[in-house]
Ligand binder design. Sequence first.
Ligand SMILES: *Cc1c(COP(=O)(O)O)cnc(C)c1O
Length: 374
Amino acid sequence: MNAFLPFTRPSLDEETIQGVAEVLRSGWITSGPKVKEFEAALSDYFGGRPVRTLNSATAALEVALQLCGIGLGDEVITTPLSWVATANSVLHVGAKPVFVDVDPVTRNIDLEQIEQAVTPRTKAIIPVDLAGLPVDRDRLYALAEKHRLRVIEDAAQSMGASWRGKKIGSFGDLVAISFHANKNMTTGEGGCLVLNDEAQIPLFEKLRLQGVVRFPDGGMDVDVAGGKFNLTDIAARIGLGQLPQIDAFNARRRELARHYFARFDRELGCGLPLENFSDSNWHMFQILLPLDRLKITRGEFIEQMRQRDIGVGVHYPAMHLFSLYRGMGYREGDFPQAERIGRETVTLPLFPAMQTNDIKRVCDTISEILSHSH
Ligand SMILES: *Cc1c(COP(=O)(O)O)cnc(C)c1O
């Protein structure tokens, strides 16, 4: 019997676990010295740019929007094929998410269609690097410059990915990254925002924690209603154990992705991801099921995989079809590519501790299930 293979699992070493125990024993468990140390290490990783941590990437997106002065009456262009946090953060600041369909090859926002969505109210673009495959940063920033738009990169999934040899986060406008348990490196829950210059830090720090400004005499003032978005030292210590390993984790993910391409039976008619081994961090390996030609639904496929002890995920249904966004006027048919991908997509197991024979097992199981379902 095989052990259950989840679609992802974090790699936490004993040294990190010991380090967390030390933080717990130290008497200081919330934001303190470990957060500062983690922020400095992240800044080094991103080429010296200022970096601040938060308790999620969702919070990073929300604070980034506030830093850009985006709020009521403003529009922000983004993709409907992402985790719903992307567009929810726009709603949180009172602005309107304006969706643009995705490119069927990259499954990321279709850069060709962005210009048609720009209006006098548009203030920013939030690109998402789905599965860690970066959106074309050259074209993206050229568009942003032409229309004088801010860019808030939802790089939640693209820690350690790069664009033309440059690390995502080491260049560009504001960049939000997630350290959720399922991401390529984790702090349990957590995230960070890469800022443009030191001058943004005081406002950022106010928005991160209740709007509080502290004075040397122990007094304080509040002039904005900030959030409660600070990271704990417990989480930061996990991040300090993960960060030195991120490039090795991603190298292993790339190697495993190559095995998927080598093993996957292309006769089954599934859509495979773009074979990119230079920029992507292979956060996920997603196939598209040929549902038109199958006798089973995606739900039945997932169930049959589970019965064979393989966990698969769905990332993501097109979010404009969620009740909340339908309520804002979005309809089926608005973004046909995102809708089709959202219906057909399945995330296969991929994480650094997986073995190459796990890939064989996943591919063989898919072949077995699908060859009986045509
Ligand atoms: C995970 C994720 C987020 C949210 O990150 P949290 O740290 O869980 O808030 C946002 N956008 C995308 C694309 C994600 O994958």
